[in-house]
Design a protein around this ligand. Sequence first.
Ligand code: UDP
Length: 250
Amino acid sequence: MGEVAMKRSDVLGLPVDPLGLDEALSRVGEHLRDRKPLRVVTINAEMAMQAHADPELGAIIRETGLVIPDGSGVVWALRLRGHRVAKLAGVDFVGHLARYCTAGGHRIFLLGAAPGVAETAAAVLKDLNPGLAIAGIRDGFWKPEEESAVLDAIRETRPDVILVALGVPRQEKWIARHQEALGIPVAMGVGGSFDIFARRIRRAPQWMQRLHLEWLFRLYQEPWRWKRMAGTLPRFAWLVLRGVKERNAA
Ligand code: UDP
């Protein structure tokens, strides 16, 4: 417990666990073993800024057991504070989690994305991990009146892990509201990961990832993100730098 608490850092008042992949997976493993609920969030600069504007999202992230630094902005902010962390992209973590679940016989439910996308993503994950147990699949475009049927269907499959692709902040709020009642030990918001596994969205080439330009590739593929990014990322950098200056002055 002491070690976990010591390792927790923060970005703009939000917790981040600067853990390596193996440590993050073993944290997940503890919760699968003890069947104690664990929520996993992968945080980037955009999400941090969303949490600033949305107190409910901020509170959920503050009460999240595993917050993984996903995004160069968050890693940059942590490094300014002297943390030696590497970025662990959410989509990569999903891949590792699938491998981990295959080895341990843990069953995964895929919830969210457009009809058919999660099926394709599940097929790709099974190809990569022969023997992976998919507990169930459901797209993310149900009507409000279908919500209780969706919950019943998930409950019946008794998954160990649920991956929720409904976009930020809906997926975080959905998990916070339903995970415990569904009795699912591990729940993770995965954003556009199913679209990437299903190859509906392409991942930035390795060289761009190495240069920390994954965000630029995303922008090129999904130009509608421009307004959202331009409105939040410079402000994120400004707030982080101001925080560092204040800490140094104190
Ligand atoms: N999505 C969904 N239901 C909705 C709205 C969105 O299932 O009502 C899915 C969408 O198809 C996509 C994911 O949620 O697979 C959101 O991906 P995005 O990359 O936009 O997420 P972000 O990480 O930017 O929030």
